[in-house]
Design a protein around this ligand. Structure first.
Ligand code: HEC
Ligand code: HEC
Length: 275
C-alpha cells in the first residue's frame, strides 16, 4: 500500500515538474538567464537557487520581478543595495516585455529549482589564459569575431599605464578602469557571464553582434582576475596626480620661457632701436 502511494506521489511530482518546466524554462532562459543562474553561482544578479526559502513570499517574488524599484520592504532594499539596483522592470505594465502570467510561471519555475535548466560550466582557466587575455586586451591578438581591442576604451592599473583608452569614460562609463572589474562583477562566474553576453549600452552594442568566443571570455576573465590580485587599485590615480604636477610645472616653465622671449623681443622693438 505505502509503496503504491509513494509511487503515486513521485509520479505526481514528476508531472508537476514537467508542467512547471514547460511553462517556465524557455522564458527563464530568454529573459533571466543572462543575469541569473539557479544554482550556478552569482552572475550580474543573485543566484536564484533557494529563492523560495529566503524571499518573503511568492507574491513578493512576482512583484519584485515585475518592477524591482517599486519594492521598498527591508529585504528588497537590501538586495537592491547589494547589487546596485541593476535589474530593470520585467512586466509590460512597467515597461518590460512580460505579461503577468508569464512572470508567475517563471517564478514557479525558480521556486521549483529550475527543472531542466542546464548550467553551462566553462572550463577552468590556465596560466596560459592569462597571457592570451592580456594579448587580447592590449590588441596584440585579434578577437575571432572582430570588435575593437579593450584598450581602446579601458585601462588597467600597472598594465596600460597612461596608455589605456579613455573612450569608456567619455561615454559615461562609471568604471572605465578595469583593475577591479573582476570583483565588481561577481568574480569568475559573474565576469564570464558579463563578457559572454554584455547587458549594458556600449558593451552590448559593440560585442552583442560579434560575440567573444568561449575561450576568449575565459582568457579575458583570467587576465582581469590576475590584474585584480596583482595591482593596487589606487596606483593609477597616484601616477596621474604625479604626472599632473610634473605636467603643470613643465607648462609653467614653458609659458615662462615663451613669455620671457616675447618680453625680450618686445623690449628689443621698443628699446632696441634707440640705442
Ligand atoms: C540585466 C540583468 C537582470 C535581468 C535580465 C534579470 N535580473 Fe533579476 N536581478 C538582477 C539584479 C542585479 C538583482 C539584484 C537587485 C538589483 O540590483 O536590481 C536581481 C534580483 C532579482 C530577484 C531577487 C533575488 C533574491 O535573491 O532575492 C529576483 C526574484 C529576480 N531578480 C528575478 C528575475 C527574473 C524572474 C528575471 C527574468 C524575467 C530577471 N530577474 C531578470 C539582474 C537581472
Ligand atoms: C567602444 C568602447 C569599449 C570597448 C572597445 C570595450 N569596452 Fe568595456 N565598457 C565600455 C563602456 C562604455 C562600459 C560601461 C557599460 C556600458 O555602457 O556597456 C564598459 C564596461 C565594461 C565592463 C564592466 C565595468 C566594470 O568594471 O564593472 C567590463 C568588465 C568591460 N567593459 C570589459 C571589456 C573588455 C574585456 C573589453 C575587450 C574585449 C572591452 N570591455 C571593450 C566600453 C568599451
Amino acid at each position: 500500500m505505502a509503496c503504491a502511494f509513494l509511487a503515486f506521489d513521485a509520479r505526481e511530482a514528476l508531472a508537476q515538474d514537467a508542467n512547471v518546466k514547460a511553462a517556465g524554462l524557455d522564458n527563464f532562459k530568454k529573459y533571466c538567464s543572462s543575469c541569473h543562474s539557479i544554482g550556478g553561482g552569482k552572475l550580474v544578479g543573485p543566484d536564484l537557487a533557494g529563492l523560495k526559502e529566503r524571499a518573503p513570499s511568492r507574491d513578493w517574488a512576482i512583484a519584485f520581478t515585475k518592477d524591482p524599484k517599486s519594492q521598498n520592504d527591508a529585504y528588497s532594499k537590501k538586495i537592491r543595495a547589494d547589487f546596485n539596483d541593476v535589474m530593470s522592470p520585467q512586466s509590460k505594465a512597467a515597461g518590460g516585455a512580460l505579461d503577468d502570467q508569464t512572470i508567475a510561471d517563471i517564478v514557479d519555475f525558480i521556486f521549483a529549482g529550475g527543472p531542466g535548466l542546464a548550467q553551462k560550466k566553462l572550463r577552468t582557466a590556465t596560466a596560459a589564459d592569462i597571457d592570451t587575455g592580456r594579448a587580447i586586451f592590449m590588441g596584440e591578438q585579434r578577437l575571432t569575431n572582430g570588435g575593437p581591442a579593450c584598450i581602446s576604451c579601458h585601462s588597467i592599473a600597472g598594465v596600460t599605464g597612461l596608455g589605456g583608452g579613455t573612450l569608456a569614460s567619455q561615454v559615461g562609463a562609471k568604471n572605465p578602469d578595469l583593475t577591479a572589474a573582476f570583483n565588481r562583477n561577481g568574480g569568475e562566474a559573474g565576469l564570464r557571464a558579463a563578457l559572454g553576453s554584455p547587458q549594458f549600452l556600449v558593451m552590448a552594442q559593440v560585442y552583442g553582434k560579434q560575440p567573444m568566443t568561449e575561450d576568449e571570455v575565459i582568457a579575458l576573465t583570467a587576465f582581469l582576475g590576475d590584474a585584480s590580485r596583482k595591482t593596487e587599485p589606487d596606483q593609477r590615480s597616484d601616477y596621474l596626480i604625479i604626472y599632473g604636477i610634473v605636467g603643470a610645472i613643465a607648462l609653467l616653465f614653458a609659458l615662462d620661457f615663451i613669455w620671457i622671449k616675447r618680453f625680450r623681443n618686445v623690449r628689443k622693438t621698443l628699446v632696441g632701436d634707440q640705442s
